[in-house]
Design a protein around this ligand. Structure first.
Ligand code: NIG
Ligand code: FE
Length: 423
């Protein structure tokens, strides 16, 4: 019987499923090897969801009478899930390349932050920028991410700090969420830095009394959708008590907790995250042993950011210990003016070399586990019937080339497909 489907991807050399087997994430044993089909095809329906995956001849028989809007010959190529970037700060104005030079000359991240640079420098420029300017640069950045294989990305506000500019950033993110093909998980990060003239506790009060009620109202009216709440929990930024108050208030209005913790100093942020039921905690270079154990049993995911540890020459996050303990390890690019990286293939490469992850672990961390960190692994992050048709096709007979190759991924990635649409 003739039917209609959007897309047939035919006869790939390898299809890497990264199947979550019902749990929505992969840990330990499951990560030793990933399920890989050889000589397989994949069908995406007109609704943008995956309808079938299997041996090429079986798919050909089953769908022989069907009409497809598009067919792609994948001979000699590999199909992988679209990459998921679990942590980015992509909406901002102003240039901070001069700070890279300062860091190369020996300044630390906190030296620059305390001297009024870093986040505060970007806040000034972002406050001055128009919504249109912010949207235009944001859209270009998302384009770079997509070309590097990202089909779902977490996007934070946090360069406004004042309610007015935070809302400006969130409107920019909302517009992209509605207009572009890339999937977006929106994060309110008004507690990214303490505004001039305020203490952390005063800033927390302002967020709890003024920002969060407004976000709740805008969410209810369907004007701005926010998924997550974030705080930069760090010595000299938001202390543990202010962090706890902000995150709990965010949770009370229905946001998932997903925050920066234990990056530059051990803060017991992981323990706090578990106490509050966080979905994810990012960075964790300085996490305690107890924090790791608690995260594993609470199924709170660790979003590791190899670019930041590399750029700032920090101690590497203890990915091996986390994986051995059963933590759900995810990856993010941390794209921001400090870590200027759009590319999840580069992030996976760094995770393997510097954090000693295996290639299957890195791929799962940049797909299914990153989707879990965003609370989206029921629809995204793996190639399974019923999931969204988010995938990439690489021009190589072995999937590992996506990680093995250092740079130049635009040549390697032939197609990026989001919701079954070639983009
Ligand atoms: O995740 N650590 C805090 N936030 C960002 C840096 C933001 C900035 O420097 O502009 C991060 O690395
Ligand atoms: Fe960050």
């Amino acid at each position: 019987m003739a039917g209609g489907h959007r897309l047939l991807l035919e006869n790939a050399r390898q299809v890497v499923l990264v199947c979550a087997r019902g749990e929505g994430f992969l840990t330990r044993e499951a990560l030793r090897s990933l399920e890989v089909l050889e000589g397989a095809s994949l069908v995406v329906g007109t609704d943008g969801f995956i309808k079938a995956i299997g041996p090429a001849d079986a798919i050909q028989k089953q769908f022989s009478e069907e009409t497809f809007e598009e067919r792609i010959d994948c001979s000699g190529k590999c199909i992988l899930p679209g990459l998921v970037d679990a942590h980015t700060h992509p909406v901002w104005a102003g240039e901070r390349v001069h700070e890279f030079a300062m860091k190369l000359a020996g300044a630390t991240y906190m030296d620059i932050h305390q001297a009024g640079g870093g986040i505060n420098f970007t806040v000034e420029r972002t406050r001055q920028a128009s919504e249109e300017e912010l949207y235009s640069s944001f859209q270009q950045r998302l384009g770079c991410m997509m070309r590097a294989g990202t089909t779902l990305v977490e996007c934070k506000s946090g360069y406004g700090l004042s309610l007015e500019t935070e809302l400006k950033m969130l409107r920019v993110i909302e517009r992209a969420r509605r207009e572009l093909d890339i999937g977006i998980s929106a994060t309110y990060c008004g507690a990214h830095s303490v505004p001039k003239g305020k203490t952390a506790s005063e800033a927390a009060d302002d967020i709890i009394k003024n920002h969060l009620p407004r976000l709740k109202e805008l969410g209810r009216n369907g004007e701005i959708h926010v998924d997550n709440i974030d705080v930069f929990c760090e010595k000299g930024v938001f202390d543990l008590d202010s962090t706890r108050r902000i995150l709990q208030s965010g949770k009370d209005i229905g946001l998932q907790i997903n925050f920066h913790g234990d990056e530059l100093h051990p803060m017991k942020a992981a323990e706090l995250g578990v106490e509050l039921g966080a979905q994810a905690i990012s960075h964790l270079e300085e996490v305690s042993d107890e924090g790791i154990t608690a995260m594993a049993s609470a199924r709170c995911s660790a979003v590791l950011l190899p670019t930041t540890a590399y750029m700032l020459r920090l101690k590497q996050p203890r990915a091996r210990k986390m994986l051995d303990e059963g933590v759900i390890v995810a990856l993010g690019s941390d794209f921001n003016p400090n870590a200027y990286c759009f590319s999840m293939p580069m992030v996976m490469h760094l995770a393997c070399v510097n954090m000693r992850m295996s290639m299957p672990e890195a791929l799962a961390a940049a797909t299914i586990n990153a989707a879990y960190a965003l609370g989206k692994s029921h629809t995204q992050g793996s190639l399974e019937v019923g999931k969204q048709g988010d995938l990439i096709i690489i021009n190589s007979p072995r999937w590992e080339h996506l990680i093995y190759q250092f740079g130049g991924h635009h040549e390697l990635i032939d197609y990026v497909i989001a919701k079954g649409k070639v983009i």
